[in-house]
Design a protein around this ligand. Structure first.
Ligand code: ASP
Length: 336
């Protein structure tokens, strides 16, 4: 039987919508994460929290929600957990307080929002999203960002809410070590390489084919007051465009800013047609050549996934429709 053309077209559209992949990838930070340093209980806690964040984001997508909502839902869970360097449990800056950065980007419209250097916002990714949706701006910092939050009715958290003893110990160690080891030849290697874990991020693809990316962090232990890393910088730590991919980075932020990692990955795809994983590898190689390290999660509109890093480990997880979930920590476990 010959189907009339319009019916044939409708059937094709329906079939492609039914088979179109959707899903998300999350990270909980890259760094010196080795088996010897994590007790089995602690490791189990990380895996459980990663699973919670993954499932929360996936549930949004499965029920037809947007990639932006999935990104926010997954990141909120990691921000609220003291295990990750974002929201509660963020690392301390050199002043002994938590100073938070976050950004989000909508791949459909390339709208973006970011906040940096906030001290009282429980879920900085939500404020970044409100900067995107409810202000005329892309990025707001410090007191001004918090004034904007107050005008929207946000509850202001005392900075103590974010602070944990574990992170305070890390600051102490970093300051002792940093004082001794920081020389021109060895510019603070210890503080940067071994006391940095946990920035969180998510990239998602929804059932309508829209990508989104978000990243939230406390930055780096013992960072100078006012220092801003790559996480809130669109094109460095976060980027999304339906034409190419969604990216969230973690690592030594200064290098990710200098390479413009997130946009660099998308640019390779856009200008050269480089496949997602090759583009991610090339950008991370640029970071390494400058002396930096870290990792990236990325997702394209076809559902290709990248979870790459040049540190010993990266907390990471992925769930794409029709595929089993992946949850991994160490370098010798599954990457995509
Ligand atoms: N990229 C973050 C920053 O530089 C830190 C991290 O991901 O560990 O602020």
């Amino acid at each position: 039987m010959k189907l009339p053309f319009f019916l044939l077209a409708l059937t094709t559209i329906a079939a492609s919508a039914a088979t179109r992949p959707y899903g998300l990838v999350i990270h909980g930070g890259a760094g010196v994460i080795e088996r010897a340093a994590l007790s089995p209980e602690r490791e189990a806690e990380y895996r459980a929290r990663l699973a919670d964040a993954l499932n929360a984001g996936y549930a949004v997508l499965e029920s037809g929600g947007t990639s932006l909502d999935a990104v926010t839902a997954a990141i909120n869970i990691m921000e609220d957990s003291p295990l990750f360097n974002a929201g509660k449990g963020a690392v301390f800056n050199a002043d002994g307080i938590c100073e938070l950065d976050a950004s989000i980007m909508d791949g459909r419209t390339q709208a973006a929002g970011a906040v940096a250097g906030v001290h009282h916002i429980k879920n900085p990714i939500n404020l970044a999203r409100d900067v995107m949706l409810k202000s005329a701006h892309v990025m707001m910092v410090g007191d001004g960002a918090e004034k904007f939050a107050r005008s929207l009715g946000y509850e202001m958290m005392p900075n103590e809410y974010f602070q944990t003893d574990w992170r305070r110990q890390q600051l102490k160690k970093a300051q002792e070590k940093d004082g001794k080891e920081r020389t021109a030849a060895q510019p603070g290697d210890y503080f940067t390489r071994t006391l940095r874990w946990g920035t969180v991020g998510c990239v998602a693809l929804d059932k309508t084919g829209n990508l989104a990316a978000g990243t939230s962090t406390g930055g780096m232990t013992n960072k100078k007051f006012g220092r801003v890393g790559d996480a809130p910088i669109i094109g460095a730590g976060t980027y999304a465009s339906n034409a190419t991919c969604a990216v969230s980075a973690t690592g030594w932020g200064e290098f990710f800013i200098r390479v413009g990692v997130a946009r660099d990955i998308a640019a390779q795809m856009e200008y050269r047609g480089t496949p997602l994983r090759a583009a991610v590898a090339a950008s991370l190689a640029k970071v390494a050549r400058l002396g930096g390290d870290g990792g990236v999660i990325a997702l394209d509109a076809q559902g290709n996934v990248a979870m790459e890093f040049n540190t010993p480990g990266m907390y990471r997880a992925a769930k794409l429709s029709g595929q089993p979930a992946v949850i991994a920590i160490y370098g010798d476990e599954a990457k995509p």
